[in-house]
Design a protein around this ligand. Sequence first.
Ligand code: HEM
Length: 441
Amino acid sequence: MSALPVDVGGGPVDVLVRMQDPATMEDPYPLYAWLREHSPVHPNPTGGVYFVSRHQEARLVMRDPAFRSLTQEELRAKQPRIGRSRTLRNFLVGITNTNRPEHTRLRRAMAPFFTPQAVETLRRGARQRCDALFAPVVERLRDGESVDLHTEVTAPLAMHVIADLIGVPEADRSSIAPLVSRTLRAAHPTADEAALREADEATLAIEEYFTGLVAERRSRPRTDAVSALANGGGEDGGPALDQAELINMLWGLWMAGSDSTTAAMDHTVLEVIRFPRAARAALADPDPEAAAGFVEECLRHEPPIWMAASQLVPVRDVEVAGTVIPRGAGVHVLIGSVNRDPAVFPDPDRFDPARGVPGYLTFGEGIHRCVGAGLARMEITVFLSRLHAHLPGLAPAGTPVRRRLATQRSFDSLTVALPGGRTSSHRLTPHPSKSKESERA
Ligand code: HEM
């Protein structure tokens, strides 16, 4: 039996509070192990909220029609704060909190931009962008400087890829990119009025920007997602979405495309640093599956999202793993815990790129499964191959700065150095035989 990792004074474990504890933010896995063992469907003492930490039960609540997303009215009644914040409202009225048939309509509207072919067309741009971002960074690292990879590479890379997909012109990107982290201030567990105001100003600025872009593309359409969404897709040949839905969708894609993928790449950097031999072996292997296995294991081992955004509710009282979840109670899946469930992933804390066990829930499950999973995998794979080619022997320079968010496990900065500087063996241009990306060019 695993002991409770931090003393809680003998009271019931408040997962929401524990997840804001800096030690848990750094390493949530002891808490997750305790929950899986002692309280796999955990009634939080705050009341009306249950945390699901094991794989079997997580898949059940995410797939079973006995569970659905909250309606807008239920959300507003449950969380009055939503009414006071444009940002919270946007997060919660988006696609992740809709049910069929509305969900199907929204999902159909965005699906064409995330097909495997659509992702492939973005790969070349991602690769070029990645090299362009790495070039000055490599020089600085070679000169002995330390560099924040989050600010200099991963965040701009993710931003440019989603901007390419949506069709945000190059000249506009630098003004709307910084709004993402300001918007995310609303997702901080203790966001006060000032933080919500700042987030709302950023949200409004993003919305105004996309409103202008939609108008522009209606008059002069191009071959990008914003033109397609603004001008077609509906059964009558008109837009499938009304204006509010369209702006919310663009806002949501901008947020989702920027932050989660950045966090996944940041975690990949840390895994490469922690497991350099595994990284070298995976990337030197001529079989592309080896590099893919490394990416998959990074995604399982350190998922960038703590818990799924949509709050699920049972439509009737449902018993799960011996606990009755009453009708209408909120259910959250702890993704990081599910991915380390030993019932599915033997020796789950071990980082093993050859594991080859499917079923991690980093991208969710069921109807809300992440539409951008293929895109994210492509970006991480491109990034990893470039990282390894440009910067073998990378080391941390200081402690990575984690962002304090309720649902995301992401960073504000990730500073690294290159011990040995110019004397270490690395090259600026990836060698074709070492880079899976080059082989696929
Ligand atoms: C590694 C990066 C990413 C991770 C870990 C991730 C994770 C997730 C998860 C867990 C969900 C399910 C949420 C729920 O059930 O409440 C989700 C949904 C979603 N993701 Fe991602 N995501 C990533 C990248 C992306 C990207 C690049 C995009 C596209 C721009 C995207 C767009 C979406 C959308 C639109 C949904 C809602 C789908 C629906 O409700 O049908 N995500 N994502």
